[in-house]
Each structure stands twice: as C-alpha cells, then as structure tokens.
Write a protein that binds this ligand. Structure first.
Ligand code: PHE
Length: 408
C-alpha cells in the first residue's frame, strides 16, 4: 500500500481504482508449477502433450503446437473483449478477478490467448498456464490454478474430407438463424461434425488419462465465445466433477482473428481437477507444497507409468467462528473481499471458510453473519494457540478493512 505501482515479473504497472492484487497472489506469479519437472501438474501436462503429439500428426510433424510460457499478465481486452464477453458481463467483476489496473489483469483463463494465437496463423494449438480467480475457499478451490486450452480449426476440405460425396457440403450458409444447436452462419452439417470431433477428441483424451473405465457425461452450458457449448464431467468418488468447458468457436472471433474461412472448436480444462481425480489428491493446496513426501511420489522414470499416490496423513483441523454486523448499507459488503482477506492473512493454513449463520436484528434491521474458518496445516498438527493468533488478526483486519463491526 502507498506505492504508485505494482511490480509483476519485472514490470511496473500504475495502480488505479481497479487494482486489487495482493502480495500473497503476486508471490505465486512466476512459480509456473506446470513447468516444474515432475510436479503432478507438469506430469499431467506432459501426458496430454504426448497424447496429442502421438495421435495427431501431419506428414510426420505434430499438428498441435504447445505454448506453456505465455505471461499470465494480459490486457483486460484480451481476457474479455477478444472473447466477445460484453462490457457489463458479470465475469468482469472486481470481486472475481485480480486486476493490476483498469487495463491489465492476471488472466482468468487461458482462453485469453485464443485470438492472438489464431491470428498468428496456427490451426491447432495447446496453451498451458497459471490462471487467477478470486473465489470461495474450500478443498477444491484456490485463487491460482492451472488450465490447458486446446483449439483446432478446420477448412472446408479438412472437415469434410472423410465424408463421401462431400463436394456439395459447405461450412457456412447464408441467411441462417441461431438456434440452441448452431450459430447463424454455420451449416448444420459442419456443426455436427465439429461437435462430434470435439467430443470424440476429449473422450479419447480422458480415456488415455484415466483408462477405459472412466465415466464421462456431457452437460449443455453457455460461454460467450463458443456456441454450442458443453461441459464435461467425470465421476469421482461417486460425485460428478466438472473438468472442462468447450464448444464450437464463435465465428465472429475467428473472423476478427483473420481465420474467417475456417471453423473450429476449443476447450479449456482444469489441470488441478484432473490431477486430483487421477492421483486421489485430497486438497488443492497440496499442489503448492514443497514437502518432499508429496513431490517425490511423482518422480516416475517414464511419464506414462502409473503413480500410486499415498495421501499424506491429514492432520486434525481446528475450527474458529467469526461473527460480525455488516455495514448498515449491506450492499457494501462483498463476500469475496472477506475471503480474500482471510486468505491474505491465513494463507495456506485456511482450508475452508463457510457461512454458518445469517441473522437480521429485529429492531435495528442490521444483518449479522457468522463464518466458520477451518484451519489445517498440510504437514503438521496446528496448535489452538497458533490458530487463535491468526484468527484474531483476521478479526481485526475485517473491522479495519471491510467496515464490519465485530461481535467477538
Ligand atoms: N475459458 C473457459 C473457462 O475457463 C473454458 C472454455 C475454454 C470454454 C474454451 C470453451 C472453450 O471456464
């Protein structure tokens, strides 16, 4: 605080009223877990790369190029506008993103690079990188995680080459309408082939990663940069877990990127989610662990060899509640600001924050909230005194920074 600029990767960015990155987050920029040899995220990235390299070649050369060193600092324009995300879209909220200033941010998804890579002339590429989102706090959410993006474009000839008597088929049709199944400019046959190829490609990928027994299902969903759009879920410990979003790329995006004569699909998958399912990793904070007992389990000779992960014994958690009155204008209270504050003080000791009670004072009308913070150290047992100390700092900081009134 007090400084006029934020420094990230050796660059200084002017602060303004949008700046909301914290030192704890900035400390993660440049860690590049996905490029750290034998880290579980690196291992999954390598397995995905080798799957795409071996399966998709063009005259002996890999079809997909891989980009895993693009800076996570992107313009707001790249992260949102280039993907047709409207100016008033809720995903742009300060409460959900890390802004360096009004123009620049830490990317919220690897899709931020789609347009520049298509514009550079690539027809098939993968992007792996760290992404940043302010979010709730629990065992499967962390403000920094890693994604792998995939894009594949097809010309008329490439898409229809396997279809017999395909001379009369075309990618585009004039005067068409947008329906739940297709964009206005696309022909139905092009979309159906694209959608089939997309789902087939991704099903093969997860079968390669998890084995043939994996249970997969598709859910319709919505993204501003694809239509139609889908989510893939994988069954994990009896529950369905969302692992990726994908769809047929919006033609307007391709037109703007100089690839208006092609159609394409795109997907973005969460590497932590896949790794948690694949290796049975119980807590997302473990990916940041420097503990040898965790890391050495992934030191396989060959990336295709199975890893049998032995979860570190879980040390007991400690729960402490915090209750406060919200500011009289309760709109002023942004839940993610509270999560952020808890995170910036408690760091990785905080496993989960859950809302346990909301209550409105019958006379004053003021709202009170009570949250339960679960503290747990990944590598040893925490003492109640240690947890208390952190908890008190959170209590003080909440009053000072969020305008709440403690009921401590
Ligand atoms: N970028 C989307 C996300 O982070 C995922 C996605 C990528 C969806 C590509 C469609 C196409 O949720």
């Amino acid at each position: 605080a007090g400084q006029a600029t934020v420094e990230v990767l050796g660059h200084a960015y002017q602060r303004d009223d949008f700046t909301n990155v914290t030192p704890k987050i900035l400390a993660k920029v440049g860690r590049n877990l996905h490029n750290q040899s034998h880290h579980p995220l690196w291992l999954i990235k390598e397995r995905i790369k080798s799957h795409f390299y071996s399966l998709y070649t063009c005259r002996g050369n890999p079809l997909f190029s891989v980009h895993d060193n693009l800076s996570p600092v992107v313009t707001v324009e790249q992260n949102f506008d280039s993907l047709l995300i409207p100016p008033d879209h809720p995903s742009r909220k300060q409460g959900d993103n890390y802004y360096l200033n009004r123009e620049t941010m830490l990317r919220a998804h690897t899709s931020a690079h789609q347009r520049e890579l298509v514009r550079s002339g690539l027809d098939a590429f993968l992007v792996a990188g760290d992404v940043y989102r302010r979010d709730e706090i629990d065992t499967s959410h962390y403000p920094v995680f890693h994604q792998m993006e995939g894009v594949r474009l097809f010309s008329n000839h490439q898409l229809f080459q396997k279809v017999e008597n395909s001379e009369d088929l075309s990618l585009f049709e004039a005067g068409g309408r947008r329906t739940p199944h297709k964009q206005e400019t696309h022909s139905l046959e092009a979309v159906k082939l694209l959608e089939f190829d997309l789902k087939h490609t991704l099903t093969r990928l997860v079968t390669h990663l998890f084995g043939a027994a994996v249970d997969v299902r598709w859910v319709d969903c919505h993204f501003p940069f694809t239509h139609p759009s889908f989510e893939m879920e994988v069954r994990f410990q009896g529950d369905w877990m969302e692992v990726l979003g994908c769809g047929v790329m919006e033609q307007q995006l391709l037109n703007a990127a100089g690839a208006g004569n092609k159609v394409g699909w795109a997907f973005g998958l969460g590497l932590e989610r896949l790794a948690m399912v694949l290796y049975n990793i119980p807590d997302i904070r473990l990916f940041w662990s420097q503990d040898e007992r965790f890391l050495k389990q992934f030191q396989v000779q060959d990336i295709q060899l199975p890893v049998s992960f032995q979860p570190l014994s879980k040390y007991p958690p400690l729960h402490n509640d915090i209750s406060f009155w919200l500011p009289t204008n309760s709109q002023k209270f942004i839940e993610n600001d509270f999560y952020e504050l808890v995170r910036s003080i408690g760091g990785d000791l905080v496993e989960k924050v859950s809302l346990v009670d909301k209550f409105q004072h019958p006379r004053t009308g003021r709202w009170s909230r009570c949250y339960r913070i679960s503290y747990r150290h990944m590598e040893r047992t925490l003492t109640q005194q240690e947890a208390r100390l952190v908890h008190q700092q959170i209590e003080h900081a909440a009053e000072a920074a969020l305008g709440v009134q403690g009921r401590y």
